[in-house]
Write a protein that binds this ligand. Structure first.
Ligand code: 13P
Length: 247
């Protein structure tokens, strides 16, 4: 079976203003010459940067993701951003259910199911994030939690394209990385779930996220079923992001 195209995605979270985003691209663009042609690069800046960065990103083959979206299509939802707006601003993907949204903004799998529906209806590709807390891992419940997140949020999923990102909460922004073995075992469980749920489950890229950096990227990417990385901190610096792209 042909391996999936590897994806290196950078999630800037609530970092980098428009001018800082432009400076990032000033350094990224020349470095992309060394990118493995078969590798896809995605950046998820704050939504206020999408429309301005889009033409430059498109010109150098970098695709854009939004970090979040509204579950509703349009209407009286002050402060929310619809999928249609994100698409018009140049996003091709939307992160759904990042652990920071789940934990800090109390997003439930039921709400995420609605957001997934909105992303599909709007013609973008969701990047569904799942992952257990340290407490859940210590209790031996990591696999159960991740599979429940998947099955609850994908209950009514009717899309034909999906990316999943496994991001153990205890490894995000902590410097603590899941071992390649932890990642391999969880990704195998996720793959089994996806194959059981979708006829095209084998084609869903499964990314790993959580303190991914130049020093551990190659080993993580070498694991079976690790089809790419979702990078936070190390994606804020164009040099370390490029190093990860090139490993
Ligand atoms: P870090 O790479 O900073 O741990 O963040 C991972 C993450 O949350 C990406 O979405």
């Amino acid at each position: 079976m042909a391996a999936l195209q590897q994806i290196i995605a950078g999630n800037w979270k609530m970092n980098l203003t428009l001018s800082q985003g432009r400076e990032f691209l000033d350094k990224l663009e020349p470095g992309l010459k060394n990118k493995k042609p078969a590798r896809k690069v995605i950046l998820a800046p704050n939504f206020t940067l999408l429309a301005t960065l889009f033409p430059r990103c498109a010109a150098c083959g970098v695709e854009l993701a939004a970090q979040n979206c509204a579950a509703e299509e349009s209407g009286a939802f002050t402060g929310e951003t619809s999928v249609a707006m994100l698409k018009a601003a140049g996003a091709a993907y939307v992160l759904v259910g990042h652990s920071e949204r789940r934990q800090l903004f109390a997003e439930s799998d039921q709400l995420l199911a609605q957001k997934l529906h909105a992303v599909v209806a709007g013609g973008l590709t969701p990047i569904l994030c799942v992952g257990e807390t340290l407490e859940q891992r210590r209790q031996g419940a990591a696999v159960e939690v991740v599979l429940r997140q998947l099955s609850d949020s994908l209950m009514d999923f009717s899309g034909a394209r999906l990316i999943v990102a496994y991001e153990p909460v205890w490894a995000i922004g902590t410097g603590e990385t899941a071992t390649p073995e932890d990642a391999r075992l969880m990704h195998a469980e996720i793959r089994r779930f996806l194959q059981g749920r979708f006829a095209w489950g084998q084609d869903v890229p499964i990314l790993y996220g959580g303190s991914a950096k130049p020093g551990n990227a190659a080993e993580l990417l070498a694991q079976p079923e690790v089809d790419g990385l979702l990078v936070g901190g190390a994606a804020l610096n164009p040099d370390s992001f490029l190093e990860i792209i090139e490993v």
